[in-house]
Unconditional design. Structure first.
Length: 303
């Protein structure tokens, strides 16, 4: 996991230094350039794929990276539950989950425990022969792979919502240019009492007592309040209605990471709206958001 800072990024930096920042939704030339560069990263293959763009994390890596409780959440999934993995890459975590070798119940003549239905979501199709072999070994429709569109462009029905568990290990949460809409969609398809586990590297901690990892650089993702003061991602998440939020830090990571667990407790969620001020392509991109004048609109429905 690292940043990409090629020469073309200097244009964005110069404009930002000069105070030229484009409002959210504007067809800004700089953002168009950065969005194009980001698409190139998404669809890179072989030696052209940047070192920091990881597509093959397995389930053990998820357990290691995400907040405490994730491993138990996976183990507690029943056959009627559903798990969505955003930014799944090759889908290795789902391959590991469905693998009979990983099933503690697969001993002797006893039939293996029937597991949850899973959906791996990727902006590009990274499936390998290993995925197809694993999918062929489970009941049809219980190990799905969706691609070519970001989360926000799928309907709840297409995804197969609701989900009791949603995971995102440096996927959409770290890459989206519209953090508000991303969280609205996550909460739309998350079941009540379900949990969303994610993380971000090199960001302000909940306590606000850390500094950016890279000398002379800012945090990878920044959120500014109405007075243009930095607040933590955790502080923003805590302002969402109908959720409970935990933000445990993880030690020993370079760059350091902050983990997040968002539990949905009712359907009438309202996500405070953030406007995009800056987006610089990378793995993951550098982003700056600011609280909008209007707090945001709810996408939830009454129970």
């Amino acid at each position: 996991m690292r940043r990409i800072t090629p020469i073309h990024h200097l244009l964005a930096g110069i404009l930002a230094f000069a105070g030229i920042i484009f409002p959210a939704g504007a067809a800004a030339p700089v953002f168009d350039l950065e969005a194009s560069r980001q698409q190139s990263i998404y669809h890179s293959r072989g030696e052209t794929r940047p070192e920091g763009y990881v597509v093959d994390r397995g389930l053990a890596a998820y357990v290691f990276a995400l907040a405490p409780g994730f491993e138990s959440a996976v183990k507690n999934l029943g056959p009627d539950d559903r798990w969505l993995d955003i930014g799944a890459g090759r889908g290795q975590a789902m391959i590991d989950y469905h693998s009979p070798a990983k099933d503690e119940g697969n001993t002797g003549p006893t039939a293996p425990r029937r597991k949850a239905g899973t959906v791996a979501l990727s902006i590009e199709d990274r499936r390998t022969e290993a995925w197809h072999r694993a999918a062929a070994g489970v009941e049809a429709g219980r190990m799905r792979y969706l691609h070519d569109r970001p989360l926000r462009n799928f309907t709840a029905a297409e995804l197969g919502a609701p989900f009791q568990l949603i995971s995102d290990v440096i996927g959409g949460f770290s890459y989206t240019e519209n953090l508000t809409r991303f969280m609205e969609k996550v909460l739309e398809v998350l079941a009540v009492n379900g949990s969303f586990y994610t993380l971000h590297q090199d960001v302000m901690s909940e306590a606000g007592d850390n500094k950016p990892h890279y000398a002379g650089a800012g945090f990878l993702t920044r959120i500014l309040d109405a007075d243009d003061k930095d607040i933590s991602i955790c502080a923003w998440l805590r302002q969402i209605s109908c959720v409970e939020v935990d933000c445990p830090s993880k030690s020993g990571w370079v760059p350091p990471i902050q983990t997040y667990r968002v539990r949905k407790v009712c359907n009438e969620t309202v996500v405070p709206r953030l406007d995009r001020l800056q987006y610089t392509s990378g793995t993951p991109p550098e982003r700056v958001f600011r609280f909008a004048t209007h707090r945001g609109t709810g996408t939830g429905r009454s129970p």
